[in-house]
Write a protein that binds this ligand. Structure first.
Ligand code: PBG
Length: 335
């Protein structure tokens, strides 16, 4: 440790030396303000048709499109690591203008949810993403007529989708479409169908972000014309995020989400301060891909960058983190 002081060595008369709390690793751990826990994580998974299918998404190393049988194996592994929750995205074989596979009783998600709940029951919390864009041939989150995105039609179909997910056994439904009025309408639809105890995790402040790029490769859900700027939020806006969250809270959201996470830490913090509901944040595909790519190039330390990012999201105020890193981060937390 410290060598003995020489006669002419400088010495400051300091009352406060914040470094005192940083020298001993045990003390450092004791004064840690933010602690990640595997229970914070929701692990996103992409479910496709078939059996024994497992294909890595090129822009998301470690993330796969997989059939239900393979997904169950991966969930089993995740549970062993302490990751208790998944959010499922469906990749249907057939797409059409109305996204009918999204609310078909025999849809890929409906079957995947039922299989997961049958296999793991109360040990696993199954969240479902409620959105049409993976199921429509035009790739938008609502039906389209003459180039116009039809809000109220979209809401009607998201209600059917949410109810079908709950009927299949979903524990939480998460509408990600950003159509106006969907949270309230889904609440009513769930209640009427007898699912008054199924919570809604609303993608409340969801931005029109470039960071969804790899997800759209994975889910094959890029819009075939135009973009999502008429429904997802404009990145410069934060006041508007508070307004979107307030509307969802009024409409009955149980958990509110900010998405993406890292470029919007300020929004997470403001939502956390302004509302008393649990706040979730989605550490999206592009945030994942950036760390994977830089680590592959040897440009940064993968595990440290991952843990620092997740810690930052929690420190900003999100108590729930949707992240493709869930399993890898849990492994480190278990050490
Ligand atoms: C569906 C949806 C998207 C994501 C989650 N749900 C894509 C989008 O809005 O284009 C993105 C998740 C990610 O990038 O990891 N609407």
């Amino acid at each position: 440790m410290a060598t003995s002081k020489g006669a002419n060595e400088p010495h400051l008369e300091l009352t406060h030396r914040p470094r005192r709390l940083r020298m001993n690793p045990l003390l450092r751990a004791m004064v840690e303000e933010t602690r990640l826990d595997a229970r914070d994580f929701v692990y996103p998974m992409f479910i496709c048709e078939g059996r024994r299918v497992k294909a890595e998404v090129p822009s998301m190393p470690g993330v796969h499109r997989q059939s239900v049988d393979m997904a169950l194996k991966e969930i089993e592994g995740a549970l062993k690591l302490g990751v208790r929750s998944v959010i499922l995205f469906g990749i249907p074989d057939k797409k059409d203008a109305a996204g009918s596979e999204a609310y078909s009783q025999k849809g890929i998600i409906q079957r995947g949810v039922a299989a997961a709940k049958k296999a793991f029951g109360q040990d696993l919390l199954v969240v479902t993403d409620v959105c049409l864009c993976e199921y429509t041939d035009h790739g938008h989150c609502a039906p389209v007529r003459g180039g116009e995105i039809l809000n109220d039609w979209g809401v009607a179909l998201h209600c059917r989708t949410a109810v079908s997910h709950a009927a299949a056994g979903a524990d939480v439904v998460a509408p990600s479409d950003m159509m106006d009025g969907r949270v309230g309408a889904i609440r009513v639809a769930l209640d009427e169908a007898g699912f008054e105890n199924i919570p809604i995790m609303a993608y409340s402040a969801k931005y029109a972000s470039a960071f969804y790029g790899p997800f759209r490769d994975a889910a094959d859900s890029a819009p075939q014309f135009g973009d999502r700027r008429s429904y997802q939020m404009d990145p410069p806006n934060a006041e508007e995020a508070l307004r979107e969250v307030a509307l969802d809270v009024d409409e009955g959201a149980d958990i509110v989400m900010v998405k993406p996470a890292l470029p919007y830490l300020d929004v997470i913090r403001r939502v956390r301060d302004a509302f008393s509901l649990p706040v979730a944040a989605y550490n999206v595909s592009g945030e994942y891909a950036m760390i994977k790519a830089a680590a592959r190039l040897g440009w940064l330390d993968h595990d440290r960058a991952m843990m620092e990012s997740l810690t930052a999201i929690k420190r900003a105020g999100a108590s729930i983190i949707l992240t493709y890193f869930a399993k890898e981060a849990a492994k480190i937390l278990n050490r």
